[in-house]
Design a protein around this ligand. Sequence first.
Ligand code: FE2
Ligand code: FE2
Length: 305
Amino acid sequence: MIANQLKSLKSLTPKRFKARHIDTPAAIQIKPVRKNFTFEDVPRYWYDNNPLITHVMNAMSLTFPDGEQFFVDSVRAFREHYTDERQKQHIRGFIGQEAMHSLEHDHFNKYLKTQGYEQPVKGGTKLARYMIKRIQARKSAVDQLATTAALEHITAVLGRWLMTEQTLSRLDPSVRALWLWHGIEETEHKAVAFDLLQNVTGGDYLTRVRAMPAAVIELITYTAIYSQEFLKADGLLGRPSVYLKGLRELTRTGGMAKMLLPAILEYFDPAFHPWQDDDSKQVAIHKAYLLKLEAEAVSSMDVAA
Ligand SMILES: [Fe+2]
Ligand SMILES: [Fe+2]
């Protein structure tokens, strides 16, 4: 009987820890697009007049120029790994998309600088650069790729959070296209670093998951520090109503924290794969909506001219 149980355990264990692969849906195209967003008349609290959430997202934006470059570098280190043309194309698409995100968030961060946030933008950019350099100096190329795959899971969930009516309607129209565009592309390329890592390590579970706790801690620490720096610049530091309003939004049904927490936990499932949630339909719907937004912006510029 014990022998039988052992036998069934043996057949279960490898299966339980076996990495799963799901192909990127055929409808998904990973292609970089140059946007050149410009920003004017952006309200100070551009996320639903909510200072905390606006500044959490402003803080995230500060990490993007250097953070996206880190993602690019860690994937580029293994660009010769694939021989398959579609996989090679995904790597090129990923590198191109992240490079564009870096540029556009740099524009946005420069705009923030002109809005009375010179100190938080300067300090936040410097700290993000320092944290990334430290990861690059301390971790092997494979572990850097694992960090990228972990952070890409987080940005993909943020993309899913952005591609909802409740979130989009809370974003001021002056910044809606930037965040939606970024969210859509994070979803499109959400499995590129993950698949590359699995391919390079032969699906090694530990290498993949041990990168997540450190990535989450660094991201939360950074965002907490720099959202406070932005609030300090506004003279709102320590005001309870600001935190209560922010917490209510973070924890609402479909709120950022409500979506991120279970998603981070699911990363530890041995069979996890980014495309187990197929949001390719959401991508198609929101790409069409983004085109509409951009066409409206152009026609309003024509009217103004
Ligand atoms: Fe990105
Ligand atoms: Fe990304």
